[in-house]
Design a protein. Structure first.
Length: 232
């Protein structure tokens, strides 16, 4: 892979174990053991992906994730001992690309790192801008406008909208959207797709009850309706 990975984990034994497995997979690995050190390393060393523990000294992992996402689209895989669905969703809504719950297999982390990097590479090849009717998405700046006015979208709302807008007219299942947007490969969080679509409709539709852009495909999932113009 030859990708630069930054591990931000205060458990030194765990960090060393992950480093070993990632280096065996061909990655170059940097390690930081607290939040502030990790933030400095992310800014100075510019890794291709960050493996981020949520329970950190110095700067909490959620705050660190929020700060990093505000500065760049750098892929983030969070490690969490927080097992409830709502706590996982907090990290994802802050812009994390995937998560692994402790205890975990180091091989699982390596597999998730590979998957997140693949999705990031696909996103890098995407057009820079998508326009459909009054809606405009800036895929580089992670910004959206409706009728020339900026939209306040969370990172996951933007990503969900962008995934569907790239392929207008295609019906996506909830599981497909989970994998594309949240990096999850099981059914446990299907309801979060519905919640995000509902929130998006409130922000982009003139009448959320009769959506023009994000339409329900009964028995399947959702689609982005209309033609999208892509610009490089």
């Amino acid at each position: 892979m030859n990708r630069k990975i930054l591990i931000i984990e205060d458990d030194k034994k765990l960090a060393d174990l992950l480093r070993l497995y990632l280096e065996k997979d061909g990655c170059r690995v940097l390690v930081a053991h607290d939040g502030r050190e990790g933030l400095a390393a992310a800014r100075q060393r510019r890794p291709d992906l960050i493996v981020l523990d949520l329970m950190l000294p110095g700067l909490d992992g959620l705050d660190l994730c929020r700060t990093l996402r505000a500065e760049s689209a750098l892929p983030i895989l969070i490690l969490t001992a927080r097992s409830t669905e709502d706590e996982k969703l907090i990290g994802l809504d802050l812009g994390a690309d995937d998560y692994v719950t402790k205890p975990f297999s180091p091989r699982e982390v390596v597999a998730r790192v590979r998957a997140v990097l693949r999705r990031a590479a696909s996103a890098a090849d995407a057009p820079a801008q998508i326009t459909s009717g009054d809606l405009c998405l800036d895929l580089v700046g992670y910004a959206a406008q409706l009728r020339g006015q900026p939209l306040s979208l969370t990172p996951k709302e933007f990503k969900l909208l962008a995934v569907m807008a790239r392929q207008p007219g295609r019906a996506f299942t909830r599981l497909e959207l989970l994998e594309e947007v949240f990096g999850l490969d099981y059914e446990g969080l299907e309801r979060t797709v519905d919640v995000h679509v509902m929130n998006l409709r409130k922000k982009i539709e003139a009448d959320p009850a009769q959506p023009i852009y994000l339409q329900t495909v009964y028995g399947v999932g959702y689609r982005f309706a209309g033609e999208s113009n892509h610009a490089q």
